[in-house]
Design a protein around this ligand. Structure first.
Ligand SMILES: [Zn+2]
Ligand SMILES: [Zn+2]
Length: 337
């Protein structure tokens, strides 16, 4: 195997991406013997693996989410810690996506491959910022890989939410958020903006908030939305899973203003279709500019694309003189939906 022929030692099999000289999969499905997990979202951290290497935070998320399906053997790696596995060296580095999220650097025979998992470059007070890792092969996602996706500054979106709250003091603002990452980031951004009132949570969000706090992420006063008096909820901010905001669940709230924090809210038609009154463009994924800038900054002359809108990104990769390849991994969905 020639190390610069990446497809000779990084292959895709029935369980996903596999590193042959290391004998492990990265974010596999179907239960693998040995897996490295980039982060705790359900399309990356799947049940049934025998042994998992991940950050401490990701292992804690897997333990909480998977229960019986949590890995039997685990090894925690700190960011930057170089670990030899088989014939390769593996280092986890911050991806800036959610708490504990990591890029996987694999070094073999002098060449460097980086599997970035999901990542973003913009500021997030709830996780360690993305670290640029120079490499020869860069493997990237493509969730928002269209020039139309420009996420902008999340702080402006939070300001919009706070203005709306002042404008409509009789209404509860119900914000749809993904439970792992987006929820805690939005809370932290509200706190950064000076919002000190209690923030109300749908029951499904409490567990991950407690987990974040156990790792030292401060979220301020959180209260259960269930059981709170209707009148007391006027003017309050309530966070709920996206499926609950248009549901009966939110109808118990006073004149709920439906809001959704997602990168997809850039598409106004989509927001309208979902009945979202106040769309907030806040994403934990890289937007088009972040994707293309990151690819250039890594210095990689080969780029593989895992999931999302591969076509536009591959076209960009090829026109900038790099080798590109779509991996078309199955079973990847998008937690931002
Ligand atoms: Zn993710
Ligand atoms: Zn993902």
């Amino acid at each position: 195997m020639r190390p610069e022929r990446f497809d000779s030692w990084l292959t895709v099999d029935g369980k996903g991406l596999y590193c042959r000289p290391g004998g492990f999969h990265i974010d596999p499905y179907g239960g693998a013997k040995r897996a490295i997990i980039t982060h705790g979202h359900s399309d990356h951290a799947r049940p049934g693996h025998q042994h998992v290497l991940a950050t401490r935070e990701t292992l804690a998320v897997m333990q909480m989410r998977l229960g019986e399906g949590a890995p039997r053997g685990t090894q925690a790696a700190a960011y930057g810690e170089r670990i030899v596995i088989g014939d390769v060296a593996v280092t986890l580095l911050p991806a800036g996506h959610v708490l504990g999220s990591a890029q996987v650097l694999i070094e073999w025979k002098g060449v460097r491959a980086v599997i970035s998992g999901d990542y973003k470059r913009s500021a997030d007070p709830t996780c360690v910022p993305y670290e640029l890792v120079p490499c020869d092969l860069f493997i990237t996602e493509a969730t928002f890989a269209l020039p139309v996706f420009q996420h902008g500054d999340a702080r402006d979106e939070v300001a919009k939410l706070l203005r709306s709250r002042e404008q409509f003091p009789e209404r509860a603002h119900v914000v749809g958020v993904y439970g792992l990452g987006k929820c805690q980031r939005l809370i932290a951004l509200l706190r950064e903006a000076g919002y000190e009132r209690p923030i109300y949570l749908h029951g499904a969000l409490a567990g991950f908030c407690a987990l974040y706090e156990s790792f030292g992420v401060k979220l301020g006063e959180l209260r259960a939305a269930t059981g709170a008096k209707r009148d007391d909820m006027k003017g309050e901010i309530v966070l709920a899973p996206p499926s609950a905001i248009a549901d009966r669940w939110s109808r118990r709230l006073p004149e709920p203003m439906t809001t959704f924090a997602s990168g997809w809210m850039r598409v106004r038609a989509r927001a309208r279709q979902q009945g979202i009154e106040l769309p907030l463009v806040i994403s934990d994924h890289a937007d088009w500019n972040e994707l293309t800038a990151t690819i250039a900054e890594t210095g990689a002359d080969e780029v593989w694309v895992t999931h999302g809108r591969e076509d536009a990104l591959l076209h960009h990769i090829q026109t900038t003189g790099r080798r590109g390849r779509a991996l078309a991994l199955i079973g990847r969905e998008d937690e931002d939906q």
